[in-house]
Design a protein around this ligand. Structure first.
Ligand code: AMP
Ligand code: GLY
Length: 421
């Protein structure tokens, strides 16, 4: 098959790496890709948020299958354009991707399907939202309804913080994304991520992970896209997975199908677990980044078979072949991230590192300048390893980070601490 993957992050490098290993893969294109992806696929400069541009490219290159990595093309309806053009596509329709693009929509689906989640109220106006927050008190969670690149959620420990967040969002700090606001009960517990492939009706659990969202050691400091992750998540016992499938995932899929907008793609289920009970924090309509890196490292080439089965509505017969293993990834980011950082700094030592089924450096924000690898993003590398134990995966990943010379980069030295303790 000729395959096109949309995106340019560590997630897409991991997807391309797993796909390239599958014997079904003939030509592999990634748009726009990055310097790491360029070593195993042809990178193409395409506007991935334009259905028209992606369809035109797919026709010219005789693409058989398109895998959509990030949320922006999903929210822009690129999957609809591709399917309308008769192209096999992995990724939910624009209507189904509302599970990520609108927090209020997800809450409505939870109400309709009985999925356990935080109590909430939805506001389109400033004054009633303020009054509600004052009546509820802190801690409380304020969420912009729309996509806000990770800046749309304020977990407020004090009433002042909560009111300031409401004022900011209705004041336009997040643009249209904050024109509507969801106010949620604060949930306590342990967070985990659960990934499920969906074909509109059937669902196939693909693995669990935990990530580290805060920039600093000990999970402190500002939120980021994720500074590291590991899989599996110890808190996701068989019992919790079964409860999540029965009480949250399947009811959601039934409700989406009932509305005429069946969900096809990967469902990223963000959970809060307390006293043996999972509750939904949020859905995303894509793989997590860097969670995808640890999932792909554990699944290898079979990941592509399951992704294809989801797109072809064949998940009823799909089976994941599990090894009893662990993977861990350490994100290397540009100094300053998640605030301002320098671009174009040089990274050395990558060529000497292993590239195997147990050790891989996935590129997230790199570009080739002459024959040097330069950093062009905030999160730049995802240094990933797999082993029989989490401890060994941790050791292997950190051994690799120490061989990378990048003065303008940093990483957290405590990825996996909760699970390793
Ligand atoms: P989200 O963008 O919805 O994933 O939210 C970002 C982070 O905010 C989550 O990963 C949680 O750590 C936290 N969060 C979101 N909603 C809640 C909630 N209702 N209670 C506690 N923490 C939450
Ligand atoms: N690592 C969290 C995310 O991809 O949203």
């Amino acid at each position: 098959m000729n395959i096109l993957i949309l995106g340019s992050g560590g997630r897409e490098h991991a997807l391309a790496w797993a796909t390239a290993q599958n014997p079904k893969c003939d030509k592999l294109f990634v748009a726009p890709g990055n310097a790491g992806i360029a070593t195993l696929a042809t990178c193409v400069d395409l506007d991935v948020n334009s259905g028209e541009a992606v369809v035109a490219f797919a026709r010219t290159e005789q693409i058989d299958f398109v895998i959509i990595g990030p949320e922006a093309p999903l929210a822009a309806g690129v999957s609809d354009a591709l399917r309308a053009a008769g192209l096999l596509t992995f990724g939910p329709s624009q209507a189904a991707a509302q599970l990520e693009a609108s927090k209020a929509f997800t809450k409505e689906i939870c109400d309709a399907s009985g999925a356990p989640t935080a109590a909430y109220a939805h506001f389109t106006e400033h004054a009633p939202a303020r009054a509600y927050v004052e009546a509820q008190g802190a801690p409380i969670v304020i969420k912009a309804d729309g996509l806000a690149a990770g800046k749309g959620v304020v977990v407020a420990m004090t009433l002042e913080e909560a009111l300031a967040a409401v004022d900011d969002m209705f004041g336009g700090s997040l643009g249209a994304a904050g024109a509507e606001v969801v106010v949620e009960e604060f949930m306590e517990g342990e967070e985990a991520s659960f990934f499920v492939l969906c074909d509109g009706e059937e669902a196939l659990p693909l693995g669990t992970a935990q990530d580290h969202k805060r920039v600093g050691e000990g999970d402190t400091g500002p939120n980021t896209g994720g500074m590291g992750a590991y899989s599996p998540a110890p808190v996701m016992s068989d019992d919790i997975v079964a409860k999540t499938m029965d009480e949250i995932v399947r009811p959601t899929l039934r409700e989406m199908a009932r509305r005429g907008t069946p969900y096809q793609g990967v469902l990223f289920v963000g959970l809060m677990i307390k006293d043996g009970q999972p509750r939904l924090v949020e859905y995303n309509a894509r793989f997590g980044d860097p969670e995808c890196q640890v999932l792909m490292m554990r699944l290898g080439a079979q990941a592509f078979d399951h992704i294809q089965a989801a797109a072809e509505s064949r998940l009823a017969d799909a089976r994941v072949h599990w090894a009893d293993d662990h993977a861990l990834t350490v994100v290397m980011a540009a100094k300053g991230y998640p605030a301002a950082y320098e671009k174009g700094t040089v990274i050395k030592g990558l060529e000497a590192l292993p590239q195997s089924s147990t050790q891989m450096v996935f590129h997230a924000g790199t570009a080739l300048k002459g024959d040097e690898i330069t950093a062009v993003g905030g999160r730049v590398l995802a240094v990933t390893a797999r082993a029989e134990t989490l401890k060994d995966a941790h050791r292997l990943a950190y051994e690799m980070t120490r061989q990378i010379t990048w003065e303008d980069g940093f990483y957290r030295s405590d990825i996996g601490w909760r699970a390793l303790d």
